[in-house]
Write a protein that binds this ligand. Structure first.
Ligand SMILES: Cc1ncc(COP(=O)(O)O)c(C=O)c1O
Length: 398
């Protein structure tokens, strides 16, 4: 009897997998999970064809920098491939502390904690500090990891219109003044390329006594002095309680970080399940991130090139009359408004040797279906020309 009960439930889960409409569509049209056969910088090979990568987050183009590669190799030789344990138990090493101290100093914070994914770092930046009875004010366009953090915290969530200080003010005014409050925003919004209106948002947060968490996965390395990020860009370091982010973008590695006061980081190390029950960052992962962090400070040419390429790229898209959702950063969406328009555009770019990523509702708001593109310091003049030709072709195909 018990056996048939379990079998029945198991079959229900299998049926769910088999009948899932989104999975069926993904497998039919195969727009995602393209496994490239080779890569050299911003050149990738897909289906035997050479392509320009126009959708990675390697903003500073450091993932093929000889110093970064050598740092990863040397770390593996010295420390092995993995520490095979959580930081709290057997997994802590001197190189973790070294990277954390360097990141904290760079971000002008007392302390920092790194973890194996930006997703975990950002999720834990919310989930660890908010709890039932609190109210979280969240920009409605924040990343999935922050929504998951909000859900895990069991706090009440109040959404406000994207990057809209007036709406935030109204939403806060309608909330009990006594509840502990948290503001959750991004520094640079990954899909839209918008920079947070931090001066106004931080002022409101301060007036309302909100603990402020800012996910700067796409601002770190891109904005501020030497790429110190959105908070540095606005010189508002004392207005944000937590800066979290990813090491898989400008730092050309994988992993994430949470930077804050020492008190906040020590609380995280005690209470974050994502920290306590998850293995530590691997030696090569940490070493690549640390080498990139050093390059950000010693080789300003990467940041300069990133912005020069971004300006050229945006001017090119503008001349073609494409809608870039007023992106201000190297994360540049091409908004086409429906999945029927997005697919042929994406396919035309692919046919012309330019690799991009589609993003369609509900991943983006209805009517904002888009192609997500991102510029890197590694894109060459020749590649930008190839991209321009492909874009002109895709516009005609639409
Ligand atoms: C805003 C934002 N936060 C967090 C993450 C997660 O970072 P990671 O890919 O390192 O897990 C991403 C990655 O896409 C992101 O865009």
């Amino acid at each position: 009897m018990a056996l048939s009960f379990f079998t029945k439930n198991k079959k229900a889960h299998l049926a769910r997998c088999r009948d899932d409409y989104a999975t069926k569509m993904r497998l039919k049209y195969a727009p995602f999970y393209h496994a490239m056969e080779a890569q050299r910088g911003t050149t990738v090979q897909l289906g035997g064809k050479e392509m320009v990568m126009l959708s990675s987050n390697d903003y500073l183009g450091l993932s093929f920098h000889p110093k970064v590669i050598e740092a990863g190799r040397a770390a593996m030789l010295k420390w092995g491939t993995s520490t095979t344990g959580a930081r709290i138990s057997n997994g802590s090493r001197a190189f973790h502390l070294e990277l954390e101290e360097k990141l904290a100093a760079f971000l002008n914070r007392e302390a920092c904690h790194i973890s194996v994914a930006g997703y975990l770092s950002c999720l834990s930046s919310v989930a660890t500090f908010a709890q039932k009875g609190d109210v979280i004010f969240a920009d409605k366009n924040i990343h999935s990891c922050l929504w998951d953090g909000i859900r895990l915290s069991m706090a009440t969530v109040e959404r406000f219109s994207h990057n809209n200080p007036d709406d935030l003010r109204e939403v806060i005014a309608a909330t009990s003044p006594d509840a502990p409050k948290m503001l959750v925003i991004e520094g640079v919004y990954s899909m839209e390329g918008h920079i947070a209106r931090l001066p106004e948002l931080a002022e409101i947060a301060e007036e309302s006594d909100c603990f402020t968490v800012l996910d700067d996965a796409h601002g770190f390395g891109v904005l501020g002095r030497q790429g110190r990020g959105t908070v540095d860009h606005f010189a508002l370091n004392d207005k944000v309680d937590i800066i979290c982010g990813s090491m898989s973008k400008s730092l050309a590695s994988t992993g994430g970080f949470v930077a804050a006061s020492r008190e906040v980081i020590e609380y995280l190390r005690t209470n974050s399940k994502q920290t306590v029950f998850s293995a530590a960052v691997s030696p090569s992962q940490a070493a690549c991130a640390q080498a990139s962090l050093e390059l950000m400070q010693n080789e300003p040419e990467h940041l300069e090139k990133l912005w020069a390429n971004t300006r050229k790229y945006r001017a090119m898209l503008k001349s073609l009359g494409l809608d870039t959702w007023e992106s201000e950063t190297p994360a540049v969406p091409i908004v086409l408004g429906s999945k029927e328009r997005v697919y042929p555009f994406w396919k035309a770019l692919l046919d012309k040797g330019v690799f991009t990523v589609m993003s369609i509702a509900p991943a983006v708001p209805a009517g904002k279906d888009l192609i997500r593109t991102a510029i890197s310091a590694m894109h060459t003049e020749e590649q930008l020309e190839k991209i321009a030709e492909a874009m002109a072709y895709a516009v005609k195909k639409m």
